[in-house]
Design a binder for this molecule. Structure first.
Ligand code: AFD
Ligand code: MN
Ligand code: MN
Length: 424
């Protein structure tokens, strides 16, 4: 389903006066408001094709109904989100969960919804029906060369799908590792994985990037073969210029200083992109900004500062994507909240007085440095984000409109209440 343009206009007209009052209030304190709004307008966050259905745990799954049953319906759902917030103009596909059988048709459908194809994701953490060899003991790290080759071939196939769709990056997340001490020779596992990644790297088209995602634990509980940013950086450094480290916010051990990791990867030119989510305990895949909004702000502070220092384009030079799971919320509502949280945080980071912060650092003025950061963090930038949306043709309050338009009810009517989207 789609939301008619006039519904968005009606909604905006109704809220306009109130919005303008709030915008005028904050605009009075901002020097280059049109420059700032332009950055917000350009910033797009990709939605993963696996986040449109209800997630689950190993204990159960409680479907919410009206879930997309195929790739076309997933594209329609993201198109709907994008028409509301104008900030989610890209889709990230997971193969084989979402094989584009007819690439021309899928490309045209996405273009109709103004969506681009972001990173392609491979899957060697599950066995697929009809698959010859098992990934039970790993894929790219496997002791058996035939299993490693199967994983490499799969990744090369994913690249081929991506080329057909106009994607320009591949994300490799490996669940490889071991569950018990002694199970694995760490050095051999690393070498095998490196060799496998090198094979895939060779198949990358020139302008493509390869993202190597790390994760501390799970599904393996003793060791993970790409377990942290240091290990990912080792692989990507050895692979070459087109290989980058991908940071998923939920993939660190508790209290890791993610903002420092981000700053250093960026400095080394090795930060490729992000999987946004939030977590309390582990890889919880909760709504972005719902648990540690200040940490997210500190990360964006490093991103903006680090990208500006290198003259990078905020919108295009890194890959921005959500990676979340929705066990109890409506996935579409959750994604609207997540994108909003990212936009708010990005806007706050843009407000930081860089010169003053740098002076405070040079003078060892800890108190001033903290004040400068918190001044930006405590500013209510929601009217700025809403104004950027308004100027791009989106809704002032996407979530409100989603509810008043009864989108989920309509999707359930269209698709039924017992639908299951592909994914985890
Ligand atoms: C995993 C990883 C990785 C993977 C995704 C699949 O974060 O990004 O593609 O979830 O659902 O935890
Ligand atoms: Mn991820
Ligand atoms: Mn994850």
């Amino acid at each position: 389903m789609q939301i008619d343009k006039y519904k968005i206009e009606e909604h905006n007209t109704f809220l306009q006066k109130d919005h303008q009052r709030k915008l005028d209030f904050i605009a009075a304190d901002i020097k280059d408001i049109s420059g700032l709004l332009q950055k917000l307008i350009e910033f797009q966050v990709a939605i993963p094709s696996w986040a449109l259905g209800t997630g689950g745990t190993r204990f159960g799954r409680f479907s919410g109904g009206g879930e997309p049953g195929n790739l076309e319906e997933k594209i329609e759902d993201i198109g709907l989100l994008h028409s509301l917030n104008k900030s989610s103009g890209a889709i990230s596909l997971h193969i084989p969960w979402d094989i584009p059988e007819n690439a021309t048709h899928i490309k045209a459908l996405a273009a109709q919804h103004q969506l681009k194809f972001d990173a392609m994701n491979s899957n060697t953490f599950q066995n697929q029906p009809g698959q010859k060899l098992s990934y039970k003991f790993g894929s790219m790290q496997h002791v058996d060369k035939a299993v490693r080759k199967q994983a490499v071939d799969h990744n090369i196939e994913v690249i081929k799908y991506g080329i057909e769709l106009g994607s320009e990056s591949l994300t490799v997340w490996l669940s490889d590792g071991s569950c018990f001490p002694g199970q694995l020779n760490f050095r051999k596992a690393f070498q095998n994985t490196l060799e496998s990644l090198q094979e895939v790297y060779k198949a990358l088209p020139d302008q493509w990037k390869m993202f190597v995602e790390y994760k501390a634990f799970e599904p393996n509980f003793y060791s993970t073969t790409v377990g942290d940013w240091g290990q990912s950086l080792l692989y990507t450094s050895k692979l070459g210029k087109k290989a980058y480290t991908l940071v998923d916010l939920g993939h660190h051990l508790p209290n890791a200083n993610i903002e420092q990791i981000v700053a250093l990867l960026l400095m080394e030119g090795k930060l490729g992109g992000f999987h946004f989510n939030d977590s309390k305990y582990g890889d919880d895949d909760l709504t972005v900004g719902s648990i540690k909004p200040y940490q997210l702000f500190l990360i964006f502070n490093e991103l903006v500062e680090g990208m500006d220092a290198k003259g990078m384009n905020h919108a295009n030079d890194l890959g921005w994507m959500i990676d979340a799971s929705h066990n109890v919320k409506d996935p579409l509502e959750d994604l609207l909240q997540s994108v909003e949280a990212i936009m708010i945080t990005y806007a706050q980071a843009l407000l930081i007085d860089r010169r003053k912060l740098s002076d405070a650092q040079m003078n060892n003025d800890t108190v001033a440095a903290q004040e400068i950061l918190q001044q930006a963090f405590r500013t209510d930038v929601r009217p700025l984000v809403a104004e950027a949306r308004l100027r791009s043709g989106g809704a002032l309050e996407p979530l409100t409109l989603f509810r008043t338009e009864k989108v989920r009810e309509k999707l359930i009517k269209e698709r039924g209440s017992k639908t299951v989207a592909t994914g985890l």
